[in-house]
Ligand binder design. Structure first.
Ligand code: PAZ
Length: 413
């Protein structure tokens, strides 16, 4: 979208592209079920006067085919989202966890397949073991005599040394389940993420300013629009014209072009090249995803507290991009982080300015950190292993201040 348009035209273009997106992209089949689950969850917490936060987590995929074999993905494992959700639950919030399917989840993340495989924390045990001597038949070699151990009532148990940390996690998990404080809603594609976010945001309206959006998902900026999406698996080799002619989907070969064809394409086209079959390249032409944050702030959840994340890899861009996001979307807070330091350092950017947050235990390793690069000193430093233990109380404090301001405004009106 042209950046140079005057603001009123820019927002009209935005509106059009957003509504066009929802009109032209397929609604995910799970949407109705997700909306029903969210509505019931929200009603319960509205009636209990509890704050609700929607935490988005993990990366969105960009399918290259309708019957998707290949897709574009990103690095996010969902650590930020899953960890943050736990701290929000601890702070008394109910959590709608809108997450990439199979990414990390609150609580179970402590014993995931990749970090702490849960099987390594278990051992076999038996209630009784009986030793049965086996007597060799007469004439046999006595050395063959042996004892058999009969094991009864097998159990699986956690060795003593792992018990305390596991019990702590288990108790928190069971409490969240028992009180219905955590709703897990999965997505996979960028489209299913956006449809679900819009739907759930509208379900959350009855919460008013007791709702918070904490958008930690790594959402794709580009996608293949339905008009250019092929139905079937993209082929790397030549398909005879006679076979293609018989197909309903005439777009089948459009993404695969020969070298000479590619040379004829305009230099300006966003062409990404990957090795293809004999002499062929895969050319992927992506459109920008319309910016939905504005819509969330202005239309879908106008009373809620909205916090977004901004990820960069170049330290010199981080603050600029955070401020730009705040200016464009007029929400409450942008939390900036760098790919390389995101686990121990973030920057909070709001209309008052910026505030760096860093974990103490990484002080020795901060040479390349964003605070060091920009010459900023961290305002808040914390102990512990997880920076979310500092991020969430800060977010909660800001949410409380916002609720307070809004209640004063209501009284004054
Ligand atoms: O999921 P993770 O813990 O590996 O990474 C978290 C993160 C870097 C995706 C998140 O902190 C973030 O910055 N999300 C927003 C990304 C963006 O769209 O700019």
């Amino acid at each position: 979208m042209p950046e140079s348009l005057p603001p009123h035209l820019q927002s009209t273009v935005n509106e059009l592209s957003e509504s066009h997106y929802f009109e032209t992209n397929p609604c995910p089949p799970s949407l109705k079920a997700h909306a029903a689950a969210a509505s019931a969850f929200i009603s319960q917490h509205v009636s209990q006067n509890r704050r609700v936060v929607l935490v988005s987590s993990g990366g969105t995929t960009v399918p290259l085919e309708n019957q998707t074999v290949r897709f574009i993905d990103n690095f996010s494992a969902g650590t930020r989202g899953a960890t943050s959700a736990e701290y929000f639950l601890e702070a008394g919030y109910a959590v709608i966890f809108l997450h990439r399917q199979f990414s990390l989840l609150p609580y179970s993340r402590h014993y995931s397949h990749s970090t702490n495989c849960f099987l390594d924390f278990l051992e076999e045990a038996y209630t009784t073991t009986t030793t049965i001597p086996t007597i060799s038949p007469p004439g046999s070699n006595r050395a063959a005599d042996r004892e058999e151990v009969e094991k009864e009532n097998p159990r699986i148990q956690v060795p003593q040394q792992y018990l305390t940390p596991m019990l702590t996690v288990l108790r928190k998990y069971r409490r969240a389940k028992a009180h219905n404080l955590l709703l897990l809603l999965p997505f996979t594609t960028i489209t299913s993420y956006l449809f679900t976010l819009r739907e759930i945001a509208m379900c959350m309206r009855p919460l008013g300013d007791m709702a918070m959006f904490y958008l930690a998902a790594a959402v794709s900026d580009f996608f293949v629009p339905p008009s250019r999406m092929v139905e079937h698996k993209i082929q790397s080799g030549e398909i005879p014209q006679s076979v293609l002619d018989g197909r309903k989907d005439g777009k089948a070969a459009k993404l695969v072009v020969k070298d000479e064809e590619r040379e004829q394409r305009s230099e300006k086209e966003p062409v990404k090249v990957a090795p293809g079959g004999a002499g062929q390249k895969l050319v992927v032409d992506l459109d920008p995803v319309p910016k939905f944050l504005k819509k969330l702030v202005e239309a879908w959840a106008p009373d809620a507290m909205i916090i977004s994340f901004k990820l960069e890899t170049d330290p010199s861009l981080l603050l600029h991009k955070c401020r730009q996001s705040l200016d464009r979307y007029s929400h409450h807070l942008v939390i900036g982080n760098l790919l390389s330091t995101r686990k121990y350092e973030v920057v909070f950017v709001d209309r008052q300015g910026e505030q760096w947050i860093r974990l103490h235990r990484y002080d020795d390793e901060t040479d390349g950190s964003s605070a060091a690069v920009t010459g900023q000193q961290p305002i808040v430093e914390g102990e512990g292993d997880e920076i979310e233990s500092i991020i969430i109380p800060q977010c909660v404090r800001r949410h409380e201040e916002l609720m307070m301001r809004k209640s004063v405004e209501r009284v004054e009106r």
